[in-house]
Design a protein around this ligand. Structure first.
Ligand code: ADP
Ligand code: MG
Ligand code: ZN
Length: 652
């Protein structure tokens, strides 16, 4: 569905063809002039009367008469220089030793008599050549050659610069008509609010009079904002498909060229084209490429600023009642220039968030329609397992599942294919060739079961879905998959602490059982630390600092980089607080595993044997061990409670 490809195959437009024709003709004329001036012997023009005088003085050896001039060869002079004589003797040097003159041809009746009298040889050259052939050789061939050269040159240049000599300054906007994108709102799932906002624009384009009648002004532009892969580009295409109006689409980076001023002229051209085709939609994808705030001094870019200024001017200049609507998409709204966002420009913001459970299921349904699925396929189940995934991820997963089905020689996609695809996207492909030593296998198994047990004991955690110690390409030697029973939108402090305990339980298992620390816990530690820090600096969950925003998040839709809002001293205190939280969570993880040591051993052995176990197998063993312990305990003493401490909320 890449519409950009059509654009590259453009032949040079008619205007540049004429320019090149003129250049080629001029070049050919110059070429011909140069060739004749080089090939012609050096000659000196003289008067006709002087020529007659020369003949009478017997100085002329030969004349060649053509239609318009007479070439005169003078007899070799007596006083030749010695070198000339030597050169003549050896047969080297200029064969035209005779001096050459020319004069215009006069229809003079005396001429031939006089020549005869003085014994001057005369002749006229015969035109052997076919005039058509000559014309072809001297004019058409060079013309074709030069034009061809220019064409090839501009093509290779256009590859390098993405624009091309002939295309410089011309907008590369191309028209998308409905039959071209073929995408409608039905292809975009789980973005109901966004679709609703955009529907209004579609409706306006269909019947503008409805709005103008009560004096409502349509917003000039709408900005689609959200993380990558959530379907912003897709939504814009769907608007075009729904509205059935011309659709001019350009990516922000296409405005930024090698040459200053090119971007600005592209913008001008784009809006000119658009206003000629109104009602229509202009879509600028990845607008942050040009819309970056102009106020930062470092890395300021003249070309980009000019382009942005032009865009602002054009947006002010056109009349939205004509029916030109501008859509733009970005995942970095915070860096956009404020001028772009003020009323009258991109005044409407359409948030395209990561899909929730229902949204993910709907997106999966859209994409599963394109593949053959087995009747057992449960997309709700898959949606539960893919919390945090965006539309692009889900589309990718369905495709991976289909590929796996083909690889296994099946002609339908099963639930197993889908769930394996989820894992491939999350953790990478299984790495069957990586052989773990027995010792390593044991450590990995205990580590994973440690996570799983902490999950099972804590009432706030999602149930275990699968535990595996088959290594994956993305670095995990084993992992524990949890699957939520429902989507959560809020997390409370206890849940967050429980999660940290689960992260740290892997390391705790290594320590308790083998008395060692391994590198396998690196990712767990990183995530636990981040969560602890978030609790303190972002969510106001620490007693020490209370509700103070100590950090803020930049680039919310991309990497979520944080900036500190506090002094260095406070940061030191924060670090101490983070460390304290982590330590207390780790202590709790150790306590949980010590309390469940028997289950830990049993399940780990089972896992080492099977390599992959399901959440159900895990829970069965866990419950068995618990039950047998309880019956044994009750026989011994009724007072002692061996059940793991369920009371997590006591944690500070
Ligand atoms: P963005 O522009 O937000 O980065 P795209 O619109 O390019 O994301 O989405 C990439 C692909 O992901 C789409 O072509 C589509 O296949 C899939 N996709 C993303 N979001 C959705 C959605 N809401 N519904 C259906 N498919 C989606
Ligand atoms: Mg996009
Ligand atoms: Zn781990």
């Amino acid at each position: 569905m890449n519409n950009n490809d059509n654009n590259k195959k453009n032949l040079p437009p008619a205007r540049s063809f004429i320019v090149f024709l003129i250049i080629s003709i001029v070049a050919t004329v110059i070429l011909n002039l140069v060739i004749t001036s080089i090939s012609a012997p050096k000659a000196q023009e003289i008067l006709y009367s002087d020529f007659m005088q020369m003949v009478e003085d017997d100085q002329v050896e030969e004349v060649i008469i053509t239609a318009d001039k007479i070439q005169i060869y003078k007899k070799p002079s007596e006083e030749q220089s010695t070198t000339d004589k030597l050169m003549q003797l050896w047969g080297v040097g200029n064969s035209e030793q005779r001096e050459l003159y020319y004069t215009g041809y006069l229809n003079d009746p005396r001429l031939f008599d006089l020549l005869d009298q003085h014994g001057v040889k005369y002749s006229t050259p015969i035109q052997y050549s076919n005039p058509f052939l000559e014309f072809l050789l001297t004019w058409i061939l060079p013309l074709v050659f030069i034009y061809g050269m220019f064409f090839l040159l501009s093509k290779s240049l256009s590859k390098k610069m993405g624009g091309g000599v002939m295309g410089i300054g011309q907008s590369k906007a191309k028209m998308y008509m409905q039959n071209k994108t073929g995408i409608t709102f039905r292809d975009v799932a789980g973005q109901e609010e966004a679709k609703e906002s955009l529907n209004e624009i579609v409706d306006f384009l269909h019947n503008p009079s409805k709005y103008t009648a009560i004096g409502a002004k349509q917003p000039k532009g709408a900005l689609l904002v959200g993380p990558p892969g959530t379907g912003k580009t897709l939504l814009a295409k769907a608007v075009a498909g729904e509205a059935n109006v011309p659709f001019f689409s350009l990516s922000g980076s296409e405005f930024v060229e090698m040459f200053v001023g090119v971007g600005a002229s592209r913008v001008r051209d784009l809006f000119k084209q658009a206003s000629q085709n109104a009602p229509c939609i202009i879509f600028i994808d990845e607008i942050d490429a040009i819309g970056k705030s102009r106020d930062n001094q470092i890395g300021s870019n003249d070309e980009r600023e000019q382009t942005l200024n032009q865009l602002l001017a054009e947006m002010d200049g056109f009349d939205s009642s004509k029916g030109v609507v501008i859509l733009a998409a970005t995942n970095r709204p915070e860096i956009l220039d404020k001028a772009l966002l003020r009323p009258g420009r991109f005044d409407r913001r359409i948030i395209v968030e990561k899909p929730d459970l229902k949204g993910r299921e709907a997106i999966l349904r859209v994409h599963a329609k394109n593949v053959k699925t087995a009747p057992n396929v449960d997309l709700h189940d898959m949606a539960l397992a893919t919390s945090g995934a965006v539309g692009a991820d889900l589309a990718n997963m369905v495709n991976e599942a289909a590929l796996r089905a083909v690889r296994l020689g099946r002609n339908v996609v099963t639930q197993e294919d889908l769930m394996e695809a989820v894992e491939v996207i999350i953790a990478g492909k299984e790495k069957k060739d990586r052989i773990l030593s027995e010792q390593e296998k044991h450590i990995v198994a205990y580590h994973e079961v440690g996570h799983a047990l902490a999950t099972a004991v804590s009432k706030n955690c999602d149930p275990v879905q699968k535990i595996t110690i088959v290594p994956r390409t993305m670095g995990a030697l084993g992992y524990t998959m949890q699957k939520p029973e429902e989507e959560k939108y809020l997390m409370n402090k206890d849940e967050m602490l429980d999660e940290i305990v689960v992260f740290l339980a892997g390391r705790a298992a290594e320590e308790i059982v083998f008395g060692i620390k391994t590198t396998g816990a690196a990712n767990d530690i990183e995530r636990a630390t981040e969560m602890a820090r978030n609790m303190i600096t972002l969510y106001g969950m620490s007693d020490k600092f209370g509700m103070m925003a100590l950090e803020s998040i930049q680039n919310r839709y991309l990497d979520g980089r944080r900036v500190s809002n506090c002094s260095a001293e406070t940061q030191t205190l924060i670090d101490a607080e983070v460390s304290k939280t982590l330590q207390s969570c780790y202590d709790r993880a150790v306590a949980i595993l010590k309390d469940n040591r028997e289950a830990l051993d049993k399940i780990s052995e089972f896992l080492i044997d099977k390599e992959t176990i399901t959440g159900k197998q895990f829970m069965d063993i866990f419950n068995d061990v618990k039950a047998s312990l309880e019956s044994g305990e009750t026989a011994e003493s009724e007072t002692e409670e061996t059940q793991p401490p369920e009371d997590n909320s006591s944690e500070q």
